[in-house]
Ligand binder design. Structure first.
Ligand code: C2E
Ligand code: MG
Ligand code: MG
Length: 540
């Protein structure tokens, strides 16, 4: 299509009749945006603006309105030559932003998640430093965006976020240099000559078009001073950036002013880099501890095995490692740690009698680690070299949502099981996709997350749901463990739901000393007559 300076069609060619029930000749004089679904009209206007301003633009997906049938998603491309603008719309071959170029994007805005952004952005920052290219990093705030999204009906909110995303990406170095830091707050790596004033204007205009009567169009930008980062190596810079962005997300976004943020990001980057170095040292020196917590059979009251949990402060065995583990996952350090933990547990087991069943330990593996070849190889080599660990070590996969490739995760799980190690799916019920993982992955055990047990106890349907889950597992030949059992009520509840094993403070807090579980606290509670005791224990 050729379009004039007011976005009207001068000339159109293509199968419009088949697509939108319109003859191409009838389109002359019509505003291009009106051919789109209402939510994408602002986005289309934005695309055309960029075509004129930058000479060319592409990469957006817009949806053609059809009087009969569902909208058609089209790839947009356009260029301007000798003051004449031309655009092409082609049926898209990908479904939304999420599936593009193999890099996961936010499906609404098409922006990169902080981790991918940090890695790509730090590469670009380094590259531009080496080539002497002028670049900038800017944080952009749209303070009214969150409130406006809440007020708009969901297609309108989606259209708004897509238009905001399109403007940001158009101003960034390239498609991969913009991210959402928190709601209404974005990070951008851009060319030193980028026209940030035009971006501010566009964003303000986009918000205003979605909210003509409101006053939400305020846009603030703040350049980040990255002095000193030229000393930092690219990998560490990426990790530092991830850390900084995550800290900003964790803090109440609205509470940190933009000015504070732009001065604190470089500090946060440095702080992140220091924490990375510290964590690496802890892993290299194996300077962390293991505490153990028993997994108790509901049919016999016996301890089947212990879960090994790491601790980073030996004086505080109750201090959760959760923050450090999350940090290691976010910054790509977790696989080294998971391997170190497996080695440490193996070392602990090697000091115990080999002919006893009293020492079996489950080791946690983050879903992130499963995607790392060096981890998979490292663990399998380690186990191959110590075949006596068969049946003495089990593995729990935590953070399953971080597994990117379920087929390769399944083949890793298969290798462990074929070698004689049982595998458990941890945190079941904590995320939306639990059933998908249960169906896709061949595991021996499912560990029902403490939050799922608590939720089930709250409502009248909970008992039915949890009972159905244990029944499903039974049919699949999968054993169930209920986690965070810390009261008699929760114990009775999971028993009546048909769970096979329990773990929780009721039977001991995690401890470095197995004597804490001899005798097992509250064992008497298991002697009562449970509603549905089935007397089966699938763990070998
Ligand atoms: P998880 O694997 O689901 O571990 C169970 C958590 O529940 C542990 O928290 C445990 O101390 C806690 N817990 C046990 N019984 C109860 C109870 O009755 N009530 C309550 N409120 N909590 C209970 P912890 O030790 O803080 O670990 C938190 C998470 O950190 C673990 O969750 C796991 O995801 C991760 N983690 C711990 N050690 C490792 C490790 O070596 N490697 C990896 N990748 N992750 C680990
Ligand atoms: Mg676990
Ligand atoms: Mg768990």
């Amino acid at each position: 299509m050729q379009i004039d300076s007011r976005d009207r069609i001068v000339f159109a060619a293509g199968p419009f009749e088949a697509f939108i029930d319109r003859r191409q000749d009838d389109l002359r004089g019509e505003e291009v945006a009106t051919l789109m679904v209402p939510e994408d009209r602002v986005l289309m206007g934005q695309c055309l603006k960029l075509v004129r301003r930058k000479g060319r633009a592409s990469g957006e997906v817009v949806r053609l309105y059809r009087p009969r049938g569902a909208p058609l998603s089209m790839d947009f491309a356009g260029y301007t030559l000798d003051q004449q603008s031309f655009i092409a719309l082609r049926l898209t071959s990908h479904r939304g932003y999420g599936a593009r170029d193999g890099i996961p994007r936010d499906p609404q805005s098409g922006l990169l998640p902080p981790q991918a952004f940090s890695e790509l952005a730090s590469g670009k920052i380094k590259q531009s430093q080496e080539t002497g290219q002028d670049f900038g990093v800017t944080v952009i705030d749209l303070p009214g965006l969150g409130g406006l999204c809440d007020r708009l009906p969901s297609p309108g909110a989606l259209g708004l976020l897509r238009s905001v995303g399109a403007s940001l990406r158009a101003c960034a170095f390239d498609d991969n240099s913009a991210t959402e830091i928190a709601q209404g707050r974005y990070g951008l790596v851009h060319d030193g000559a980028a026209d940030l004033e035009a971006l501010r204007h566009d964003l303000s205009e986009i918000v205003r078009q979605h909210d003509p009567d409101g006053e939400e169009g305020r846009v603030e930008t703040s350049a980040i001073d990255l002095e000193g980062i030229d000393q930092i190596d690219e990998g560490d810079l990426a990790k530092g950036l991830i850390y900084a962005i995550n800290q900003c997300q964790r803090a109440d976004g609205a509470a940190i002013s933009l000015r504070m943020l732009s001065t604190s990001i470089p500090q946060l980057v440095h702080q992140g880099i220091n924490e990375v170095a510290l964590f690496r040292r802890v892993v290299a020196n194996r300077s962390f501890d293991i505490v153990l917590q028993p997994i108790v059979s509901l049919s016999t009251g016996d301890i089947h095995h212990y879960e090994a949990l790491c601790r980073f402060d030996s004086s505080r065995p109750d201090l959760s490692p959760y923050r450090a583990i999350t940090f290691a996952e976010e910054t790509g350090l977790i696989h080294d740690f998971d391997l170190a933990m497996a080695e440490k547990v193996l070392g602990w087991l090697s000091g115990k009698p080999r002919n006893s069943d009293a020492y079996r330990v489950a080791v946690n593996i983050s879903g992130f680690s499963i995607g790392v070849d060096s981890y998979v190889k490292g663990l399998l080599d380690l186990l191959r070299a110590e075949p006596w660990t068969k049946g003495k070590m089990l593995f729990e996969i935590t953070e399953s949502s971080k597994m990117t490739d379920l087929d390769s995760a399944n083949s890793f799980i298969g290798s462990l099981r074929d070698s004689g190690y049982q595998v458990c799916l941890d945190d079941f019920g904590a995320g939306a996709a639990s059933f998908q993982y249960l169906s896709a992955l061949e595991v021996d055990v499912v560990k029902i997350d403490g939050s799922a047990v608590r939720n089930a106890m709250r409502g009248p349907k909970g008992l039915a749901f949890l009972s159905a889950l244990t029944e499903l597992c039974r049919r699949l030949g999968v054993t169930t463990i209920a986690e965070m059992i810390d009261t008699k009520e929760s114990l009775d509840f999971v028993r009546s739901c048909g769970c096979d094993f329990v773990q929780g403070y009721l039977f001991g807090r995690p401890s470095a000393d197995l004597k804490s579980f001899q005798p097992l606290p509250n064992l008497g509670l298991l002697r009562g007559s449970p509603d549905r005791l089935r007397g089966r224990a699938g763990l070998s």
